[in-house]
Design a protein around this ligand. Structure first.
Ligand code: GTP
Ligand code: SAM
Ligand code: SF4
Ligand code: SF4
Length: 374
């Protein structure tokens, strides 16, 4: 790449106020490159800001004010934006997220239409699993490749405390249905919260390994609508490894990490007498340490919110309007230009020019995780 890396962002001026990023320097290569030499090839698209759970680390108890139907991208608009990403900008994988993607009535049609245009594109979805038992087979038939389900606890009481809804059985049925439908490898996401579900982590891992699911533990990030996150109170990756060492011995997974948020470990059971690893590898576990062991230097993600805004980083405080431009009648080439300009000014890490969630200069974005598209 011949562009100068780490260049300062030109003043956005009126362009930014209008939802347009400043133009990137002439001569930058085609594709979703940023000033730090990273190329986004992993597109995360939010289908809706709505959700039927109220996870404490994400949503407030009363929910949020939902976007109007007109504000949210239609199926046709989504398909067009994906087409531009894949055909013109080098997107190589698509993740559907939200809010809760399963609450979108036209979900199956959206997946079918994208699959029809992109037979080889890996399409995955992150979901809370409520209602998945009834839709898993149709999702597979429509062309969904694989699925990640959020599951923080196997105990009804803890689950209800974390999600503020009594739906554990429905989620478990959803996970099993996804597996049965061929949507594997099924990955499970658990955010650990101090004093609530952290002590359950070895049992949750044993359960996942026993069923062949890949569990990942996630450090809580400051993206909750209640702004209750504190650096001191979050469970760190180091603590997670320590918690798991009660029953298991973890060793680095030799497979390439390849820009993934999760650091993977092979898991063996600990021999209670010798304290050494015993027996065969039972499976793998992932730890997503966004706060204490950030992976921003290798970030390959570009995000489109449910109302069609480009967010270059999960913590971006600036977002740029793609859907508005599309609805004004812009051509595919014009939309691709805006997307590339928006990605060029992607922050180095955590919405800033350095890593540091919880640092003195870190400002939590206005949007919470569900409104961004996690
Ligand atoms: N800091 C940061 N965290 C992210 C980002 N994307 C995902 N995460 C975290 O990773 C968790 C898991 O994300 P998923 O959508 O399930 O999938 P994934 O781990 O990105 O992808 P796969 O392993 O390929 O399935 C999310 O809940 C976030 O907590 C990101 O761009 N930045
Ligand atoms: C925002 S949700 C959207 C998809 C779906 N509703 C779900 O829960 O899987 C995507 C992921 O973000 C994670 N998440 C939400 N808030 C988070 C936070 N504050 N820190 C870390 N992960 C968070 C959830 O656990 C979930 O795995
Ligand atoms: S994490 Fe997912 S399921 Fe939980 S409130 Fe946020 S969007 Fe809903
Ligand atoms: S915080 Fe931003 S730069 Fe870091 S991995 Fe997430 S999206 Fe990428």
């Amino acid at each position: 790449m011949s562009v100068q890396l780490g260049m300062p962002v030109p003043a956005a001026g009126d362009a930014s106020a209008a939802g347009a990023p400043p133009p990137r320097p002439a001569g930058t290569p085609a594709g979703l490159w940023d000033r730090y030499g990273r190329r986004a090839t992993d597109m995360r698209l939010s289908l809706t800001d709505k959700c039927n759970l109220r996870c404490t680390y994400c949503m407030p108890a009363e929910g949020l004010e939902w976007l109007s139907k007109q504000a949210v991208m239609t199926a046709e608009e989504i398909v067009r934006i994906v087409r531009i990403g894949v055909d013109a900008l080098g997107v190589r994988e698509l993740r559907l997220t939200g809010g809760e993607p399963l609450v979108r009535a036209d979900l199956i049609e959206i997946i079918s239409a994208i699959r029809g245009e992109h037979p080889e594109l890996p399409i995955s979805m992150t979901t809370n699993g409520v209602g998945l038992d009834k839709k898993a087979a149709a999702l597979k038939a429509a062309g969904l490749t694989r699925i990640n389900v959020s599951l923080d606890s196997l105990h009804e009481e803890t689950f209800a405390k974390l999600t503020r809804r009594p739906f554990l059985d429905r989620v478990l049925a959803g996970v099993d249905a996804a597996w049965a439908a061929g949507l594997g490898p099924v990955k499970l996401n658990a955010v650990l919260m101090r004093g609530i579900n952290d002590a359950e982590s070895p049992d949750l891992l044993a359960w996942a390994l026993g069923r062949g699911y890949e569990l990942r533990f996630i450090e809580q990030m400051p993206l909750d609508a209640d702004h209750g996150w504190t650096r001191r109170n979050m469970i760190t990756a180091a603590e997670i490894r320590e918690l798991l060492s009660r029953d298991f011995v973890l060793s680095p997974d030799p497979r390439e990490r390849d820009g993934a948020p999760a650091e993977r470990f092979e898991v063996r059971r600990r021999d209670t007498l010798s304290q050494d690893a015993a027996g065969p590898v039972l499976g793998t576990v992932g730890i997503i340490a966004s706060v204490t062991e950030p992976f921003c230097a290798d970030c390959r993600r570009t995000r489109i919110t449910a109302e069609g805004k480009i967010m270059s980083c999960l913590f971006s405080r600036e977002e740029f309007d793609l859907l508005g431009l599309l609805r004004q009648g812009a051509s595919d080439a014009e939309l691709a230009e805006r997307w590339q300009d928006a990605m060029w000014v992607k922050p180095k890490a955590h919405g800033m020019d350095h890593t540091g969630l919880g640092a003195a200069d870190f400002v939590q974005p206005d949007r919470s995780m569900s409104a961004i598209g996690g």
